[in-house]
Ligand binder design. Sequence first.
Ligand code: NAD
Length: 305
Amino acid sequence: MPVRDAKLEFTEGTAMKIGFIGLGNMGAPMAANLAKAGYQVTGFDVADVDVEGVTKAGSAVEAARGADCVITMLPNGDILRALAADIIPAMAQGAALIDCSTVDVESARAVAQEAENAGLLAVDAPVSGGVGGASAGTLTFMAGGSDAAFAKAAPLFDVMGQKAVHCGTAGAGQAAKICNNMILGVTMIATCEAFALADKLGLDRQKMFDVVSTSSGYSWSMNAYCPAPGIGPQSPADNDYKPGFAADLMLKDLRLSQQAAEAVDADTPMGQMARDLYQKFVETEDGNGRDFSAMLPRFEKRRRS
Ligand code: NAD
C-alpha cells in the first residue's frame, strides 16, 4: 500500500526524521508533501524559504544531523558535491542520503562513494514530472544505489511520486534521466520542425495532430505536450509558452547527456544536435525563460538557411 494511503498509521514521535536541503521550485512542494504525510521534516535552503509543515534549520548540517534520510534537491553537481562534503560527517550511521537533483553521473557516483565510505546509504534519484508533479506528489523517480538504500528511500518516493524505478547501482538513476531527456529534447525538436514544415505545405495543424498522434510519429511531445497552441491537450503552448519545462532546463539536461556521452565515448549525433540547437535558442535567440516547446515559433520564423 502506498505510504500516502497509510498516513493515519503514523503516530507522533515514530515518524522517520527527514532533512530536506534545497527548497526551490521542486524541493519545496516535495518537502511539503512529506510533512503532510506525517514525516518530521527539517529543511534548509540558502535562500531562507518557508515551507508549510517544514521546520526551518539554520544550516544544511543542522538539517542533516539526526535525520534518518536526507534529501537534496539542488541546481547542479558542483553544489551537490560541496554540500555532501559538509553534511556526510554530520549524518548518523545507516542514514540515507537521497539526491533527487539532476546532476552529472560522475558527481552522483562520487557522492555515493563518499557516503558509503562514511557508513551511509546513498541513492541518486532524479525525477521526471516537473513542478506540477512535485506539487501533486506524482513524480517518477529513477533511482541508483544498493537494494538496502533503495528500500529505505522507497516509502518516501511513494509519498512524493507515483512511480519509482530502481535502475541499478550508483549513477544509474542519473543515467536513466539524461537518456530519457535526450529522447525528449530530440523528439520535441522533431515535432516542432515537422509542424513548421506542415504549415509551409499548407497542412492544417489540427489534421496534422489527428494523424501523427495516432500514427507512427506519435510521442509524448506530440500527444501529451503538443507544441502547437490550441491543438491537443492543454500545454504551455496554450499559455504563451510560459514554462512548463523551461528551455534552459532542457539545455542543462542535454549538456549532461553530452558530457556523459563524451566520458564513455558514445556516439549521440541527435543528442548533440539537440544540445546545440537549445544552446542557440537559449543563449542567442529568445528561448531563455520560455518553455522548451517554444521551438515551434522559432522554426515557424525561419527559412532553410
Ligand atoms: P531551483 O533553482 O528552484 O531550486 C534549487 C534550490 O537550491 C534553490 O532554492 C537554491 O536556493 C537552493 N540551493 C542552492 N545551493 C544550495 C546550498 N548549498 N544549500 C542549500 N540550498 C541551496 O531549482 P528546481 O527547479 O527546484 O530544480 C532542482 C533540481 O531538480 C535541479 O537539479 C533540476 O535540474 C531538477 N529538476 C527540475 C525540474 C523542474 O521542472 N523544475 C524537473 C525535473 C528535475
